[in-house]
Design a binder for this molecule. Structure first.
Ligand code: ATP
Length: 231
């Protein structure tokens, strides 16, 4: 089986604080891999290291065969990652956002086809600031996937959404994977990880405490996965 992401003994410290402590896992091609954990568990730090946005303290990391610490510019061209909403001006129209990001990523993009794929046509002239949370997430998924990256990193995509928008977002993520893209998904939500992910790594205070399929984690815990995180 193809390995898209390989993390070995990854450690990240901020002064005396250990944010990620000797974590190892692999993400396989075309799977949805969840990183689950409570606030401060180290999830975002891992994803930012995978993207080359943060340097690691020690350990080995390979993303699509590249070392994010050394080849961050090359890596950014081949992976898709989610924006924070503060990254877009409120007055930017949806069609302009897609054109702008296609240009910034330097990839050929059929803007009309992108809008059709993600159901954004009715919103084409809507300013970004006037989108609902669910509509914003739909745009973020579309932007992350511009240029057909092999791997996409999504961080807490459904936080703050109502149940119907969460379900719609899950459908989008499945669509991404069915299209042949590997997905790494950071989440706080056990139900989301169980329903959506092929495998899940559970983080607790910088440690990877379990990593398996939701079914195996459920069997191991003798029922639905209910892991209590310490704060
Ligand atoms: P959340 O779900 O709240 O986003 P997380 O699991 O993504 O949390 P991280 O953001 O990776 O957690 O943070 C892990 C730990 O590292 C936390 O204790 C956090 O306070 C600490 N941390 C993160 N960034 C920094 C920084 N720039 N300087 C110092 N400590 C940091």
């Amino acid at each position: 089986m193809d390995t898209v992401v390989s993390v070995e003994d990854l450690r990240k410290t901020y002064g005396p604080r250990v944010a990620v402590s000797d974590v190892s896992f692999e993400v396989r091609r075309c799977e949805i891999f969840g990183i689950l954990g409570s606030n401060g568990a180290g999830k975002t730090t891992i994803v930012e290291i995978l993207q080359g946005l943060r340097d690691r303290t020690s350990g080995q990391v390979s993303v699509l065969g590249l070392d994010p610490a050394r080849e961050k510019n090359r890596l950014r061209r081949v992976i898709g990652s989610q924006l924070q909403s503060s990254a877009l001006p409120e007055r930017l129209r949806i069609v302009e956002a897609i054109q702008l990001f296609a240009h910034a990523r330097n990839v050929p993009v059929d803007v009309e086809a992108t809008m059709a794929t993600w159901g954004l046509e009715p919103l084409r002239n809507r300013p970004f600031g006037a989108l609902s949370g669910g509509e914003q997430q739909r745009l973020f998924v579309a932007l992350a996937l511009l240029g057909d990256p092999e791997l996409v990193l999504l961080d807490e995509l459904t936080t703050g959404l109502d149940p119907s928008a969460r379900h719609a977002t899950w459908d989008l993520i499945r669509k991404v994977r069915d299209h042949g893209t590997t997905v790494v998904l950071v989440t706080h939500f056990m139900d989301e990880a169980e329903i959506l992910c092929d495998r899940v790594g559970i983080m607790d205070r910088g440690n990877l405490v379990a990593c398996d399929t939701p079914g195996a984690l459920t069997a191991h815990h003798g029922g639905p996965v209910t892991i209590t995180f310490s704060t």
